[in-house]
Design a protein around this ligand. Sequence first.
Ligand code: LFC
Ligand code: MG
Length: 418
Amino acid sequence: MLHKIINLTVRDVRFPTSVEQHGSDAMHTDPDYSAAYVVLDTDRGLRGFGLTFTLGKGTEIVVCAVEALAALVVGKSLQEIVSDFRGFYRLLTSDGQMRWLGPEKGVTHLATAAVLNAVWDLWARSEGKDPEQIVSCIDFRYITDVLTEKEAVGETEDQMQKEGYPAYTTSCAWLGYPDQQLKQLCTDALKSGWTKFKVKVGADLEDDIRRCRLIRQMIGPNNTLMIDANQRWDVAEAISWVSRLSEFKPLWIEEPTSPDDILGHAAISKALAPLGIGVATGEQCHNRVMFKQFLQASALQFVQIDSCRLGSVNENLAVLLMAHKFQVPVCPHAGGVGLCELVQHLILFDYICVSASLDSRMCEYVDHLHKHFTSPVVIQDAHYMPPKDPGYSCEMLEASVQKHQYPEGDVWKLHMNK
Ligand SMILES: C[C@H](O)[C@@H](O)[C@@H](O)[C@H](O)C(=O)O
Ligand SMILES: [Mg+2]
């Protein structure tokens, strides 16, 4: 705990995933999964690793924002930070000049997530924690009308070690994959025990009908299907489009429209409820205040927290607790690079300390880039197994970082010469 942070480095790490259309959807047709990757050095040699996720271009802007926050972290001891973690969260998010760039949204908030993820990693590597200590990290400002600190500490359960946390896969059906690839990946996934599948939709209705029919035929009537439009539609368009896909019995439509349109999501939720289709959103829901209103407006039926969009563990906990209060299941967004590694910790916390329920709950899994991490996620029989190594699991192999650093890494030198 006496570790003093003496240095912060941040690097722009990008993977050329767009070449093979991994991660493609109706709005992001050429994503290169990327990260602003942060390392904190301490005077005693312990290090903390954190990141935030981006899609390629613009990672350099997040790197700049992290650099602008560095002065608030370097020079502090871990003890100083965690003894008033709520205050430290506020320091990062409320700097009198920097907050103009947010507040608590956009590039500065992504940068906040990267820095705080590294602090949490450092703390977790240095020792264990109890729920009350964890709750003391949340900034309840702006949400006390629906949730107070007293309500926040829930019951503890433990069964995850044996069975793990249920997961679903998005890896079979990115929008840019041809039908043949989709079929092959789906066959493989079924063989490996997957029972819940997400399909990208939203660009072309006839394509969507064909792809959803194909997947539904392959997975059968009892497995679960979800669809994800990545914000492609207007409100009325979303309702009519999803109604056309209702014969394939999707559990949810994800991000049907602008991620900021709370009342729009409420209208879509209401219209689709009779069809048995819920609305899921959150991967671009930029802070706890937005989530509060989504919950208050009954605008979503599945809360998709994101380990890098919100202000790290601190803000994600606030959302987990609010979701619990509104009795809405949390099904986190993951994938990208490092999101599965990070979010597995949050979902275990949700189960063990908050919801104690697996009802309608599952965590996203995407099968890319795990080999670049020193403690990659372990999936067994379509379940996340609890991580064993201390920390927040997003330390990357140094060789991978060097190779993928943009623009000087070997992977990019090669790419640019093509
Ligand atoms: C660009 C990305 O791959 C997104 O398509 C992805 O995060 C997606 O929305 C998801 O739900 O996994
Ligand atoms: Mg999505």
